[in-house]
Design a protein around this ligand. Structure first.
Ligand SMILES: Cc1ncc(COP(=O)(O)O)c(C=O)c1O
Length: 634
């Protein structure tokens, strides 16, 4: 990039670099001041609020970084976009069934999210999907209006009984049979309580889908019934006089399915099962196609794993059209379509915001003016490369010299200072090679890794394992970018390291210029000024999967609602875990720890190591730490 281009950098340049208008789905953009804004559409026009203003507002309320920010409006809008898109697709296709969305609780079980979701979803009778007894309990308390309740997962007697009582309360609760064993229990409990359940069957489709969750389908998937088991289930229901209860077919192809053709193929196969059950005499009426609606994390609009090659409207139209096309020739009434979209419903509404604490640079700290006569040859060679004015640096040779010096050091034949001199010189030579590379496309391939090798490490105040577990577990990439300073050209390249003492606690895959890169363009840190980054689209799956690695707990959470006039209200604040909280989660009792420590300080007083005043200070600090935030506080 030319110096002029750097100097004339604008937020438009940043928007293109970080792709915010591609993955932001219209919800995120940059303002003229170079700050990331959240944009919310209102009938009177869209309102934009700077995330920096929100951060200031939250900090004024006493919460420090890192912060999980929830933007209520985005959840509300995502839910209505999903329901409205299905409504349009159904009307346009002349489809005679309805759309009945449900939210799979496992995607984000947090109370605040479920409360908002069920409140916003009430106008569409959006239901819930529960896969465990705990999820069922919270669903029974929160489900609104006549939303469906879909019960997946393994069900024991307690689970089944509660679901049956829910049915008695008037909740349309479907027991999705995943195994023949569970059917026997369901029949027994239904007869015993005298309640006839609504039954669904989950099938394994053989259509394979692309994406990160391809094991969800196929013969060896752990979920659902094989075709042979399905037929046995029909026979058992018939014998029990309960075939009329079988009204729903369930099939979940996988999550984050990037290719619409894969979805069409899976839906078509599901329809064949549906038709088969109708032919068997089951009344049916509902076709539940599970999750799979992808989020375009990358903003590429193609079938990359982190993207999707379709719009929401395309998805809805494909489900509706494929179902009608498969069932119309068989003269089977259009079923009510159920989807269990989780990721696409909640991803946009949560962001992780954190500050950068420190930086490690891969640049020489001090360079020798002249090597000593007695210095080993690799130092002299590196020095020559550093001072020579040749246009192409022999980077491979420089690497050899550095490694030779390391070997000499390990053998005990060079000193600490000599090794340091060689490392400084090597970094200077590597930097020179990198700059030559940038202006010369024809350089050898081994130089390609230089950018990554010379990138800064920015230390962020967050834990990958607590807040972004999928980046570590399944190589998920989330959009990451600075929240401010977009009127300046980002002049550094960095990877991000978290607070945990773990080499996996890092982010080193980023969406940059419509591609996945190993480094993120960032701005140099300024003394006395916070540098803030955001990780976007992380509302699905991350919160409950997160763990306590290195005992970093839940971050503070703030939920805001953007108003049409561009102001915002902080609707809820939840303080993050204290150190005492996380210690209790791993079976310590904070009181016991305090007491044991207090005794230790008493003993130190007795032994004359500290005086009473020092003891008091130490004990108070210990107690304050137990009440303190697990993250880095200034
Ligand atoms: C049965 C079931 N339904 C729905 C979902 C949600 O899928 P998604 O987040 O892709 O919408 C899942 C997640 O894997 C699932 O297992």
């Amino acid at each position: 990039m030319t110096t002029a281009a750097r100097q004339n950098w604008t937020p438009e340049d940043s928007a293109a670099l970080y792709g915010i208008r591609n993955w932001g789905a219209g919800f995120f953009d940059l303002n003229d001041q170079g700050e990331v804004v959240v944009k919310v559409p209102f009938p009177e026009g869209s309102a934009s609020v700077s995330l920096m203003d929100i951060v200031t507002g939250i900090e004024q309320r006493g919460h420090v970084m890192p912060l999980l920010l929830r933007i209520e409006n985005l959840l509300d809008i995502s839910l209505s976009q999903l329901n409205e898109a299905f409504r349009r697709a159904i009307t346009d296709a002349g489809y005679t069934g309805t759309y009945r969305g449900v939210f799979p609780i496992k995607v984000n079980q947090q109370c605040q999210v479920i409360e908002e979701l069920t409140a916003f979803g009430a106008r569409y009778s959006h239901g819930l999907e529960a896969g465990s007894k705990a999820e069922l309990l919270l669903a029974l308390a929160h489900l609104k209006n006549d939303g469906l309740l879909i019960l997946n997962g393994s069900k024991d007697r307690e689970f089944i009984d509660l679901g049956l009582w829910a049915d008695k309360l008037g909740i349309r609760c479907f027991f999705v049979v995943e195994s023949p064993k569970e059917l026997a229990l369901l029949i027994e409990r239904s007869k015993s309580l005298g309640i006839r359940p609504l039954i669904g069957v989950r099938v394994k489709v053989s259509s394979k889908v692309g994406g990160l969750w391809t094991e969800t389908t196929g013969d060896r998937s752990s979920f659902g019934l094989s075709t042979a088991q399905l037929v046995a289930v029909v026979d058992t229901l018939r014998q029990a006089g309960m075939l009329d209860c079988l009204q729903l077919l369930h099939c979940h192809l996988g999550s984050q399915i990037p290719d619409l053709d894969d979805i069409r193929a899976g839906v078509n196969e599901a329809c064949r099962f549906y038709a088969g059950l109708v032919a068997e005499g089951a009344p049916m009426g509902y076709l539940d196609l599970g999750g799979g609606l992808a989020v375009d994390y990358m903003g590429a609009g193609d079938n990359h794993l982190q993207s999707r090659n379709y719009t929401l409207d395309d998805y809805c139209a494909a489900l509706v059209a494929t179902t009608a096309k498969a069932l119309d020739p068989l003269k089977i009434a259009h079923p009510n379509l159920v989807t269990e979209s989780g990721r696409a419903t909640v991803a946009y509404s949560s962001l992780l915001l954190f500050n950068i604490l420190d930086v490690m640079r891969f640049a020489p700290i001090a360079l020798p003016e002249q090597p000593d006569e007695a210095d080993p040859e690799p130092i002299h060679a590196l020095f020559r490369m550093h001072t020579d004015d040749q246009s192409i640096v022999d980077y491979t040779e420089a690497l050899k010299c550095r490694d030779a010096m390391r070997a000499l050091f390990r053998n005990g034949t060079t000193s600490l200072r000599q090794r340091a001199a060689a490392e400084n010189l090597f970094l200077a030579v590597a930097g020179k090679a990198f700059h030559t590379q940038q202006s010369n496309d024809a350089l050898p391939a081994e130089l390609a890794e230089l950018k990554q090798g010379l990138a800064d490490i920015y230390y962020g105040n967050f834990s990958v394992f607590q807040s972004l577990p999928d980046t570590w577990a399944i190589d998920q990439v989330f959009p990451v970018m600075p929240l401010h300073r977009h009127t300046e050209c980002p002049d550094r390249e960095a990877t991000l390291s978290d607070l945990t003492c773990d080499c996996d606690g890092k982010l080193d895959r980023f969406f940059v210029e419509n591609d996945i890169r190993g480094t993120l363009p960032v701005h140099g840190l300024r003394d006395g000024e916070n540098y803030l980054l955001g990780v976007f689209l992380m509302g699905a799956y991350q919160e409950t999967l997160g763990d306590l690695h290195n005992l970093f707990g839940d971050t503070h959470v703030a939920s805001v609602r953007i108003n049409a006039n561009g102001s915002f209200d902080v609707m809820k604040e939840i303080s993050g875990d204290t150190i005492g909280d996380v210690l209790e989660m791993v079976e310590y009792r904070a009181d016991d720890l305090f007491e044991t420590f207090r005794e230790r300080t008493e003993e130190a007083v007795r032994q004359g190591k500290i005086n009473i005043r020092e003891r008091q200070t130490i004990v108070e600090e210990y107690a304050a730490n137990l009440r303190g935030y697990t993250y880095y506080e200034d």
